[in-house]
Every structure is written in C-alpha cells, then in structure tokens.
Design a protein around this ligand. Sequence first.
Ligand code: T3D
Length: 272
Amino acid sequence: MSEPTLLSSPDALILVAQRAAVRTLTLNRPAALNSFTTDMHAELRAALDAAAADDAVRAVLITGAGRGFCAGQDLNDPGMAAGADGKPDIGAVIEKNYRPLALRIQSMPVPVVCAVNGVAAGAGANLAFCCDIVLAARSASFIQAFARIGLIPDCGGTWLLPRLVGRPRALALALTGDKLSAADAERFGMVWQVVDDAELPAQAQALADRLAAMPSRALVATRQALDASQSLTLSDALTLEARMQGELGRAHDFAEGVAAFQQKRPAVFKDR
Ligand code: T3D
C-alpha cells in the first residue's frame, strides 16, 4: 500500500491526506483536545466538500491528532461571543457550524469511517456518531458533556442517541454527562468495534480501504434507506426499497458485480 499524500499544510486545523481512494481528515488542535473553533469548523466543512466533489475519493476517514478525538466546542473560542443582547448566541453557533457539519456527513456520497482515538466529548462525541462506522481505541471514551454546562446534546445528538441506544440509555447518558468507556460504547451498540490503541490507525485504514473498493452508490443508498426508514411505515419503506433498487439495478456497479460473480473475478466498482 502506498504512503499517504498530505494535501493540506502540516499545521492546518484539519490535516487532509489521501492514500489510495481514502481521504483522511485529522482534527488537529491537540493541545485543546481538538475542540472546535469557528476556523476549525470552516476547514472541516471545506475538506468534506472537497472530498465529496473528488471522484478519486471513495471513502472518508475522520480521526483526531494527539491523545483526544474531539472535546466538542472550544469553550474559549471568540466564535462563542455575545449576541446583540450581550449574551452568548449559541443557537447561531449551532446553525452556522454544527447543523451543516451533521448534515454534510450524513449526505456524503461515500462512506465515512470515524476512528475515535481518545476522549470524544460534547459535539465531539456526536460528530463520531454522525459517521457511518465508528471504530474506537480501547482507551477512548464518550461524554455527553452538555448537561455539565447547562446545554442539551447537539450536533445531532438528540436525534442520534435514542436511535443508537434507545430512550432510557440516551437520557441517562445525556442527563448525567457520565463518561462511557469504549468497551461500554461497544456493548451499547454505539460503536462498531473497539481495537487496541496501537492498532487503531491500521484497522481504520483497512476498513476504509475495504469500503472504498465496494460499490459506493449502493453503500450510500443503504445509509439513506436506513435513515429514512426511521420515519416510514413498512409499506413506505418497501416502496422506497423498490425505487432505490430500481435505480441501482440500472447502474454500472450492479452489472459489474453480477459479471464479476459469474466470471469468478474481483469486481471493479466505479459508480458514486
Ligand atoms: O457555542 C456552543 O457552545 C455551542 C456548541 C456546543 C457543543 C459542545 O460541544 S458543548 C460541550 C463542550 N465541551 C465540553 O464541555 C468538554 C470540556 N472538556 C472536558 O470536560 C475535559 O477536557 C475532557 C473530559 C474532555 C478531557 O479531560 P482531560 O482531563 O483528559 O483533559 P483536560 O486537562 O481537561 O484538557 C486538556 C486541555 O484541553 C486543557 O487545556 P490546558 O489546561 O492544558 O491548556 C483544556 O482546557 C483543553 N480543553 C479541553 N476541552 C476543551 C478545552 N479547551 C477548550 N474547550 C474545550 N471544550
């Protein structure tokens, strides 16, 4: 496997690297546990948009630099400055930064893997849960830190948490703000797999490589159908399946997948 190519400046707030068909985005403010400033949000949005627009990218991997994954909003960021009434306008921060982030990840045209390398707190935890598949280092932890500072879960947390773990656990996590170990997050079904810390980068890259070789359009349609099903009747979900399957059945990747099966060779998928 080739070495990654760094596409960003080495001191960017989001390090952008490409290795084969995988675009890795690394949150890079390790001294503040990669907490979000306005500038870091802008760089992450731009990096996600660029990955979405680049046909050479068939999977995105998000991780953090240093000992933490992301401690949520940087509580010292001037972006949290007072609004017109002299009080912090956090609603505006959510609308400007966290809403676009959650929606961007959920609408990426390729699968998004998250490698949680350390503590994920507040919006940092919910950023991870927005991603398609989450791997966590054994030493990682998840904290719905919002209640500790008088807020509610954001970055999609109120939508994601009950869907991930059910209302009782979602409420308990959000109300207590207790730290959840990676092992418990795996036991609760919040993350796909916990791996030894030293193994996380290689395992995350291997998973992203594997997804990158798969039929991207079908993977993304799977995400869309599963998300949509949350608010559909069975009958409507079946209708959606028929429509999506109809579209996928006319695409290159289905013909290629079937041909590769019949010819007993690896498939070469290209739809996005
Ligand atoms: O505008 C809005 O507020 C809207 C958006 C809200 C979304 C949110 O995410 S609200 C939740 C914000 N996050 C938090 O409340 C978490 C705050 N951090 C912590 O509770 C702890 O740092 C951790 C439990 C995550 C980790 O603890 P620990 O002991 O491993 O590390 P530490 O010593 O607390 O932190 C290391 C450094 O990172 C430290 O800096 P220093 O003293 O070495 O210079 C600390 O201040 C800094 N840091 C950690 N989290 C944040 C942060 N700096 C700014 N903002 C942070 N969120």
